[in-house]
Design a protein around this ligand. Sequence first.
Ligand SMILES: Cc1cc2nc3c(=O)[nH]c(=O)nc-3n(C[C@H](O)[C@H](O)[C@H](O)COP(=O)(O)OP(=O)(O)OC[C@H]3O[C@@H](n4cnc5c(N)ncnc54)[C@H](O)[C@@H]3O)c2cc1C
Length: 384
Amino acid sequence: MSGPEVLIVGGGLHGLSAALHLARRGRRVRVLEAGHLARHASGFSAGGVRTLGRHPAEIPLALEALDLWHRIEKLVGDDCGFRVSGQVKVAESSADLAVLEERAASLRSSGFTHEEVVDAAELRRLLPAVAPHAVGGMVTRRDGFASPYRTSLAFGRAARALGAEILEGARVTAAERRGGLWHLRTADGAAHAAPVLVNAAGAWGARLARAVGERLPLGFNAFMMMLTARMPAFVIPVVGATSRPISFKQAESGQVMIGGGHKGVASLDTGATTLDVKRLAYSARTALELFPILAETRIVHAWAGIEGVTPDDIPVIGPSALAEGVIHAFGFCGHGFELGPLVGDIVAQLATQGSTNRPIAAFAPARFGGAAAACGAALPQPAG
Ligand SMILES: Cc1cc2nc3c(=O)[nH]c(=O)nc-3n(C[C@H](O)[C@H](O)[C@H](O)COP(=O)(O)OP(=O)(O)OC[C@H]3O[C@@H](n4cnc5c(N)ncnc54)[C@H](O)[C@@H]3O)c2cc1C
C-alpha cells in the first residue's frame, strides 16, 4: 500500500476531526499523537458547545459548527453526550444588562440573532435557582454541552473506520522538507513522509511550526475545572456571568462542573499541570454567589488542561505563510471544542482543494508577520 497523503500531528479533537474529514474525502491520512488520544486539552475540556459571546471572527464558524453538533451522531456514529441545554450569561446589575443589550444590538447590525437578551422573569424561568440579585441575561437556546473525551474518541473511531491510521505514542521530534514531501521522525525512530502536514499540536503548535520554518507567537494556559458531589437537578443550561469569569453546568450525574478560565501552572516540556487552589477558591465563591444552592455540596475533584493561547485570543487556522504544504489548526485559546467538528472540514478543504469557502482570513498564520525559522530543527521534547 502506498504511504499517506497527509500527516497530522496531534491526536486531540482537531487532529482527529481533520483525519475524519480527510478520510471522508478518500484521502490516505496518518495521525501521529505523542501520548494517547485526547491526552491534553481535548480530554480535559469542559465540553461547552457555545456560540454565546464568541469573538466576531469566530461567529460564522461557531454557528456552522453548531449545526454539525445538532447532527453529530450522523457524522461520527455516537451522540458524543451532546445535549441541547442552551447557554445563559447572567446579568448581575443594570450595567451588565446594558453590556448585553449593546452586544445584541451590534450582532443584529451584522445580521446575527442567535444571542437573545432576556429579562429577569425569563432568566428565572430558565434558571429557577439563580441568586435574587440577577436582573436578566443573554441566552443562546441551541447551544449545549457534550462529553469531550467521548467526542474525541468518537472522531478517532469514525476516522479509523474510513481507513485513517492513528498512531499513539508517536512523538514527532524532527521535521524536514525533502523532494516535495514532509519527512517526520518520531521518538521511537520511525520515519513518516507525506506531501501535506497538518499541525494540530495544540499548545505545542508553535514548536512544530518552528521546526517547519515558521515562528508563530503562542503562549499557553493551564485552564482549571472543578467538579462537585452529586446534587439534585437544579440547572439545565450552561451558565456564565457577564462581568466575572465563571462557567458552570450540571451533568446528568447531578455533579456540577465549574470553570471559567482560571489558570493553574503548566510545563510544555513535561505536560504536567499544577492547580492554583486560591484561584479555584475564588471560582467556587463566584459560583456560590450566583447559585446559593451550591452551599449544599462540596468539591470532589479538580483538574487543569493545557491549551495554546494566541496574542489576539483567536486560533491559528490556515496554510503556513512560509512552509510549503503545511496547514495549521492550533491555539484555540480555551474555546476550540465547539469548533472542532467544523475546523476539521476546513482543514480537509485546504488540504485537498487549496482553499476553503469558510471565512478564515482572521485566523491566518500570516497575521503575525510571518517570521521565518530554520526549517529542519529538532522539536523541543513535547509531553507524552
Ligand atoms: C479546562 C478546559 C476547559 C475547556 N472548556 C471548553 C469549552 O467549554 N468549550 C470549548 O469550546 N472549548 C473548551 N476548551 C478548549 C478546547 O478543549 C480546546 O480548544 C480543544 O480541545 C483543542 O483541541 P486540539 O486538538 O487543538 O488540542 P489538544 O487536545 O491539546 O491536542 C493536541 C495534541 O497534540 C499532541 N502533540 C503535541 N506535540 C506533538 C508532537 N510533537 N508529536 C505528536 N503529538 C504532539 C499532544 O499530545 C495533544 O494530544 C477547554 C479547554 C480546557 C483546557
